[in-house]
Design a protein around this ligand. Sequence first.
Ligand SMILES: Nc1nc2c(ncn2[C@@H]2O[C@H](COP(=O)(O)OP(=O)(O)OP(=O)(O)O)[C@@H](O)[C@H]2O)c(=O)[nH]1
Ligand SMILES: [Mg+2]
Ligand SMILES: [Zn+2]
Length: 320
Amino acid sequence: MAKRKLSHQQKRRISKAQQSINLDDKNTHQGLIISHHGGEVEVQPDKQGEPNIHCKLRTNLGAIVCGDRVYYRKENHDLSIIAIKPRQNLLQRLDGFGQLKAVAANVTQLLICLSIEPEPNLFLLDQYLLSAEQQQIDALIVLNKIDLVNANNPDPFELKKIYQPMGYQVIHTSIMNNFNIDTLQQCCSEHTNVISGVSGVGKSSITKAILPETEIPIGEISEVNKEGKHTTRTSRLYHLPRGGILIDTPGVRGFNPVFDKNIPIASGFREINELAQNCQFSNCNHTHEPKCAVTNAVNSAEIRKNRYENYLKLLQESQK
Ligand SMILES: Nc1nc2c(ncn2[C@@H]2O[C@H](COP(=O)(O)OP(=O)(O)OP(=O)(O)O)[C@@H](O)[C@H]2O)c(=O)[nH]1
Ligand SMILES: [Mg+2]
Ligand SMILES: [Zn+2]
């Protein structure tokens, strides 16, 4: 997998922090971030057999998230994180106030969790797919609570019909009868996975179905608006029994991608990106340009109107 480029500021900060690390120092250890709340993180030491520890954070470290690999040591009676190891990538989004929110680090696969109820929001799904494509993270679409639909509906919301031809895997799951939980676990086994989606779709329930021995809080669905109640408050990293890592995250209200000026929005829309090669202009935005293969394909229904509208919406947001 290609590595994401670090900004100059990040590089400077990391190298400054690392200059102060003496790796030969017996008191400097390495570990993996399991969770982060308040000013503290839970760390799994790299040294086998050692129990997890809680560490304070140095103020100059910046965001520190599940999946980060860190150096820590004892400082004034407390254990403190002193540096973050260079990251393979950092899954980020913009929150409702336009602020950058780091979700998890060193991620190789994003499980986009949707459900029968609450119903999938396909714009949100396209936002996730764009984020994953731009950050070179594999994406897998999970449609949970499949027990809530009639057994003779093989493709609720047409997710398979729409997304499988683009190369995305769509897995239907249910925790009621453990339906496809094994298949999902198999798909996760060689990855550092993040499971994300709106509140109440069953992210923690799926995590618990894979790890039945682990205590994981599960919420209820509101009778009034059929939404979840934001039960999971902080992300947590779990090691899966058959290999791989799963990071359960709090429910999101949206997943605004962090736009990268060097990567066209179309790169997050596989069917648009493929046809873009046939446009007359190499920098075609596929809006009003002449001889645009994409708008032609929209007109002939080769590209779905909904996907194109989501593309336009995200293109517009990226230009703000
Ligand atoms: N019928 C059915 N209900 C499910 C399924 N999976 C989860 N649920 C229910 O959905 C509700 C919400 O589940 P959670 O696992 O807490 O959802 P979450 O996505 O982790 O929600 P937040 O932590 O709030 O983001 C609970 O009442 C679960 O019992 C499923 O496959 N079928
Ligand atoms: Mg949860
Ligand atoms: Zn075009």
